[in-house]
Write a protein that binds this ligand. Structure first.
Ligand code: CAO
Length: 415
């Protein structure tokens, strides 16, 4: 079966997490992704957070599946020539170096466009144009500058970063979307274009409900679904909402049976208006169905703390999965707090190809997250990440380099 991006060639000049996330997706959609790395060391993540000495880390392997790896020193003139050939040969160049690094290497947008006018040049940077445009940025910096940290955590605690890598992987997703749109536009225009996904912007995009709330707060001085209502106070900026639901249906994380010893014996419980009578029945508070203090969503907003305390009395008598089963029968939206251990063992996620076991020549078998996007005509087969420079000779030969030219590049330590 053919793949959605079959025939497209990606010059993958990315490292660490944000850029590799993007190019891994393109590879899963069927593109030929050629990862260019520095000889000797390669992508720094190969050696970071290693669990086995001298073996590519899980950090690297889990972000670089289905790619080919070629080592080239692009600061040497002969290495620049190889990169120029690759630019002429590929459809997209993806990079996430610190601002200016590509220009310093001699590959400005103008130069790339001159070499290959059809090439799409896609970049992740920490910030877009403005006062911070030259800054180097990592995940948590983006979470802080994009509005996530100030709105995460509890009211009485400090700002908090999340475990979800919204700055890195989130930006990689945004960039992949921009690349696909640019390739579609190229069908008509015949021209490539620059695609930029700044990490701050991507995080803010994912936090847009909080900018919604900022404006609601400024207009009305309060937000009834926030835990600060009705007893606490609101300041000038959107406060941290703890585990309160971000939408119009109040929700909270509640303890389940075993919470005293199991840090994940919790369930997320949403008191969706449509199923309020069912919620009352399940917890044994049928009186609340007609009681004026609880009968309408507006009335309930004044009593969310005692309501969730009462529901928690019920959830604490049930294992989280047992509670989920009972609540599902009533269509009450809820979700167990799953640990990574539980997710790794989840049969459905393995069945769907979202949790995948991969074989690696030096590491052995390991688990990874497969393509979360499922396509009926473009199935994903997760292939292990490449060893450093594993495809250097193969790719150079495809580019037209003879064996003796490849040998000469090796002797000059270009590859
Ligand atoms: N051959 C020769 N030189 C190479 C090379 C190759 N194949 N590949 C990279 N280099 C060089 C670059 O040209 C650059 O050299 P100069 O600094 O002399 O111009 C150098 O390697 C390192 O680039 P860098 O500054 O990007 O790397 P860093 O480790 O210092 O910074 C990071 C890392 C992530 C902070 C920075 O790349 C960055 O801000 N990127 C944009 C934002 C981003 O993607 N952040 C997410 C990272 S994941 O958490």
């Amino acid at each position: 079966m053919s793949k959605a991006l079959e025939g497209y060639r990606i010059l993958d000049f990315t490292h660490v997490q944000s850029g590799p996330t993007c190019t891994q997706l393109l590879a899963w959609f069927g593109a030929d992704v050629i990862k260019v790395e520095r000889a000797g060391e390669g992508d720094a993540t190969r050696g970071q957070l290693r669990d086995i000495p001298d073996v590519d880390s899980l950090y690297f392997t889990m972000l670089n599946h289905n790619k080919r790896s070629i080592t080239v020193d692009t600061k040497k003139p002969k290495g620049r020539e190889v990169l120029e050939t690759l630019i002429k040969h590929c459809d997209v160049l993806v990079e996430n170096f610190a601002p200016g690094a590509l220009d310093r290497m001699g590959f400005t947008w103008e130069r790339i466009h001159e070499l290959n006018p059809r090439m799409v040049v896609a970049s992740v940077k920490g910030f877009g144009p403005g006062k911070y445009q030259d800054c180097k940025v990592y995940e948590n910096v983006a979470q802080c500058a994009g509005g996530s940290a100030s709105t995460s955590g509890f009211d009485d605690g400090p700002p908090m970063v999340t475990g979800a890598q919204i700055g890195d992987s989130g930006t990689g997703l945004h960039l992949a979307l921009g690349i696909l749109a640019a390739l579609l536009q190229r069908h008509n225009s015949g021209r490539g274009q620059k695609v930029l996904a700044p990490m701050q912007d991507a995080v803010l995009n994912l936090c847009r409900v909080k900018l919604r709330d900022q404006q609601r707060l400024e207009r009305t001085g309060t937000m009834h679904e926030y835990p600060q209502y009705p007893d606490g106070t609101f300041g000038e900026a959107v406060p941290r909402a703890g585990n309160a639901s971000g939408g119009g249906q109040p929700g909270s994380i509640l303890k389940c049976k075993g919470w005293e010893t199991d840090p994940n014996a919790y369930i997320y419980f949403i008191t969706q208006a449509a199923v309020w009578p069912a919620v009352c029945k399940v917890i044994g508070e049928e009186g609340w169905i007609t009681d004026e203090a609880y009968a309408t969503p507006a009335a309930r907003l004044l009593h969310l703390k005692p309501i969730f305390a009462r529901i928690e009395k019920w959830t604490m008598t049930k294992h989280k999965l047992e509670a989920m089963e009972i609540l599902n029968a009533y269509d009450i939206p809820c979700g167990p707090i799953l640990s990574m251990k539980e997710i790794a063992e989840d049969a459905s996620l393995r069945e769907s190809g979202t949790i995948v076991e991969v074989d690696h020549p030096t590491r052995g078998r390991y688990l990874t997250v497969g393509n979360p996007i499922k396509m009926s005509d473009s199935p994903t087969q997760v292939k292990r990440s490449p060893l450093l420079g594993e495809h250097t000779v193969e790719v150079l030969a495809q580019l037209g380099y003879s064996q003796s030219q490849i040998e000469a590049l090796r002797e000059e330590r270009v590859i």
